[in-house]
Design a protein around this ligand. Sequence first.
Ligand code: PHE
Ligand code: FE
Length: 296
Amino acid sequence: MAATPKRVEHQLTDKGYVPVYATGIVEQPWNDYSETDHAVWAQLFARQNELLVGRACDEFLANQRRMGMTAERIPKFSELNAALARTTGWEIIGVEGLLPELDFFEHLANRRFPVTWWIRTPEQLDYLSEPDLFHDLYGHVPLLMEPVFADYMAAYGRGGVKAHGIGPEALTNLTRLYWYTVEFGLIRQHGDLRIYGAGVLSSKTESIYSLESAAPHRIGFDLERVMRAQYRIDTFQKTYFVIDGFAELMAATEPDFTPIYARLAGRPPIPAGEVGEGDAVIQRGTGEGFAEGGDV
Ligand code: PHE
Ligand code: FE
């Protein structure tokens, strides 16, 4: 595994020169956040926290509180890291944006979660096409303090390194698993559905849509089914997969995926909005508003 690189360079960004480590890791330029940056964080945080009571899984809000993440100001990575170090041993590292796949997997395998340091502008409150600080930090980081989920993320990183060595088809299968769990996963809790996926937790509209709209399908999690499922990067998901608990997710992904990749190779993918014969359908969606084409 690559160790955290230490070579520092400086890169000119719209925050002035910030130190950039060899692989694109940056120190969080906390003192350079503007009042507007803090205000965007505060507004998004307050809006989501209000919305997510009764919608997010219990562990999300509990750990958010426990790690001291508040609306008041953009959290300092160093402060959150102290809380993470005391619990699951995860660490947040600052990055400019998306990393090469293998770097990302190696960070996760070593319990380092890359967080984009910059935050969206007030004009982008509801939508932007790449992950920013709000998505990465607000959406992903609280569950890194949840022991079973924390282990799942590290196991995913190790699995990513392995899939990368196997080939592009294996990587596609694994990426779908990430998408439908870490980013868009739903979980059964209190006899109801709740959100644990960061892509949903960090979106006002999708946190309502994923649980309340009659349009999308909601299907019980099945590993191979999920690995075959195409998804959307441009609209709400057409299908959400539901786990019974993090322990179930952990157990289902425990086996070696190598024979599964081999078995799935050459089998056609399942379109994002399709419900199949053997699916454990919880709610069959009406499909209303589904866009034609565009699955990835
Ligand atoms: N068990 C998987 C493998 O052998 C690794 C993995 C674990 C992947 C958890 C994703 C999530 O590749
Ligand atoms: Fe994400």
